[in-house]
Write a protein that binds this ligand. Structure first.
Ligand code: NAP
Length: 331
């Protein structure tokens, strides 16, 4: 019997909010394995808001996913068959993969070290953990005693950034949506204060919580959240542009923050960064992240959905805030 491979293809490019209709499920025969190739069965997919940008045909830090091709996605897979010198059946590998049941060898797959928890390597010790680490420490440069604000604070990246700021002796305020997330941030992640942007006005609350201003803002959201924090910056503040999830589904780009003049008033620095630029320093970050997790200094949550057919719906959870922590799907 011919073995088949189910895949979710990018069927059309979204105009505005991404939907399940942008993807098409197909089933194709598995091709014979070529020399120098390896085949792995997907075990976990990870979902990142940036994948929304990969669906648009615009110039970015990565080429767009071509129409009719499986949706590109990071994940973890188990090698089943190999004619490649670096991989053997049974190896657990992670890296850039796709919404497929089986994936082919891709330059840059890494092996998961023996005994390491898969959800750690895909979450706080994976791409989002590294993003938090380098974005906060390298770009934000927080100093002990400073006030750090993190948006998207209950998410995979934001929760790690906020807790690293706490570990470094900063006063940390998280911005997140909803009571459950805010409770987790104060009780489990042990932040100093939280703003529920769904029921509170960010700018007014920051004025109360930080009368001397915000020294470092780690922003995952952009839009009106960025505007609200710009109104409350301290002198020489640093604004780390990690992501802009509130804009990713806009059909037309929104005008930028209306109060950018505050950057001049406060002599602030705004800097964007991409985690890919820090990969040569990954070991340095992982040593710290693993030791903080082992010491109970970083709490993390994975939101694990199940089933190949649920892949598009799981992706959409990121944009409604349904995900509680790192969004994963187990196959
Ligand atoms: P995540 O924070 O775990 O999940 C996304 C969260 O964003 C949702 O749970 C939701 O939380 C919030 N959100 C969704 N729509 C929103 C809106 N319109 N306004 C405000 N909040 C909204 O996802 P993640 O993977 O950790 O990514 C977080 C950010 O980091 C993204 O912007 C991503 O692009 C960025 N990122 C950047 C890099 C880099 O190298 N620069 C690397 C990885 C990720 P609430 O329930 O709190 O609204």
């Amino acid at each position: 019997m011919t073995q088949t491979n189910r895949q979710w293809l990018l069927a059309n490019r979204p105009q505005g909010m991404v939907s399940s209709d942008n993807f098409e499920l197909v089933e194709r025969p598995l091709e014979p394995l070529a020399d120098g190739d390896a085949r792995a069965r997907m075990h976990y997919l990870t979902f990142e808001p940036a994948m929304r940008g990969w669906m648009d045909d615009v110039e970015s830090y990565m080429p767009p996913v071509p129409l009719g091709e499986p949706m590109r996605a990071p994940g973890l897979a188990i090698v089943e068959e190999s004619k490649h010198p670096s991989y053997a059946p049974g190896d657990v590998v992670f890296g850039m993969m796709s919404w497929s049941e089986y994936v082919h060898q891709h330059d840059g797959w890494s092996k998961v070290p023996e005994g390491v928890d898969y959800e750690l390597i895909l979450g706080p010790c994976g791409g989002t953990g590294l993003t938090a680490y380098f974005g906060l420490l390298d770009v934000g440069q927080p100093k002990e005693g400073e006030t750090v604000v993190v948006s998207g604070a209950a998410g995979a990246t934001g929760s790690v950034a906020a807790q690293i700021a706490r570990i470094k002796g900063c006063r940390v305020i998280g911005i997140a949506g909803g009571e459950d997330k805010c409770r987790w941030l104060t009780e489990e992640a042990r932040l100093d204060a939280v703003i529920d942007y769904k029921s509170e006005k960010i700018s007014a609350r920051l004025g109360e919580l930080c009368p001397d201003g915000v020294d470092v803002f780690f922003d995952n959201v952009g839009g009106s959240t960025l505007e609200a924090v710009l109104n409350n910056m301290a002198m020489d503040a640093r604004i780390v542009i990690c992501g802009m999830i509130s804009n990713y589904n806009d059909a037309e780009p929104q005008p930028g923050p209306r109060n950018l003049f505050q950057v001049i008033v406060k002599r602030a620095t705004i800097r964007g960064f991409l985690v890919f630029d820090y990969m040569d320093r990954r070991d340095e970050a992982l040593a710290d992240l693993f030791s903080w997790i082992a010491a109970g200094e970083i709490a993390s949550r994975s939101d694990v959905q199940e089933g190949f057919e649920n892949i598009p719906a799981t992706f959409l959870r990121l944009f409604t805030g349904a995900n509680q922590g790192k969004q994963l799907l187990r196959l």
